[in-house]
Design a binder for this molecule. Structure first.
Ligand SMILES: Cc1cc2nc3c(=O)[nH]c(=O)nc-3n(C[C@H](O)[C@H](O)[C@H](O)COP(=O)(O)O)c2cc1C
Length: 206
């Protein structure tokens, strides 16, 4: 069984609809540590040693966050800047996180079709997430395709969010249980696509 660390970042959780429900679905699952970064560090002063130890104790790191300005909320950048030290996570002798898996789990306002070369945002989600991908590579980690929920602003009720939340739980459980095809998950556009489409009509196209 893989141990999963979810590094959660939402600067206004009181306004969240989708991430709030996603986190409720995975927080407390066996083998999953849920770590709310804005709750732990409201002033952004990250305890580097604590974070490094946390990652060391897990096999898979999931950055869960809303997609903000084609990237993550600020605390995740701060986390990377401070926690991924030279000689520790990368560079000479920097192998502390080698062999671990990393991925993002994101919610976007934009629709899936907006994230294409011909679409409104002109780039794919994986292209926008290239800094995470390459950071993982430099730290000798394996970067997997992100879990993505598109058009999250249109998911306005708890009922409507349920299929997405349970899809997220399924992905997290499969990663934990080691039943995900890692090669396929490295190459996919979204890790969701490796799982059977959920059945609520109309939602599969998001
Ligand atoms: C500051 C800010 C920046 C955002 N930037 C993007 C963006 O670049 N692309 C996008 O598709 N949605 C963007 N959105 C929409 C959020 O992704 C969306 O509100 C969020 O995923 C909803 O999740 P929640 O209910 O958990 O807050 C942005 C929203 C905010 C507040």
């Amino acid at each position: 069984m893989n141990k999963i660390l979810i590094l959660f970042a939402h600067p206004a959780l009181e306004k969240s609809r989708v991430n709030l429900q996603l986190l409720r679905e995975v927080r407390g699952l066996p083998g999953v540590t849920f770590h709310d970064l804005y709750e732990a560090y409201p002033d952004l002063y990250i305890d580097v040693k604590r974070e490094q130890k946390l990652v060391e104790e897990h096999d898979i790191v999931i950055f869960q966050h809303p997609f903000y300005w084609y990237s993550s909320p600020a605390i995740l950048k701060e986390w990377q800047d401070l926690v991924l030290e030279y000689g520790y996570a990368y560079g000479k002798g920097g192998t502390a996180f080698a062999g671990k898996l990393m991925l993002n789990a994101i919610t976007t306002g934009g629709a899936q079709e907006a994230y294409r070369a011909e679409g409104l945002n002109r780039h794919t989600i994986r292209q926008f997430l290239a800094p995470f991908d390459q950071t993982a590579e430099l730290c000798n980690m394996t970067y997997l395709a992100p879990f993505v929920i598109h058009r999250s602003l249109f998911i306005t009720t708890e009922e409507a969010c349920k299929p997405f939340a349970s899809e997220y739980r399924k992905v997290v459980e499969a990663l934990r249980d080691g039943t995900v095809d890692i090669e396929a998950a490295r190459k996919a556009e979204r890790i969701n696509d490796l799982f059977p489409k959920f059945t609520v009509s109309g939602l599969a196209q998001r």
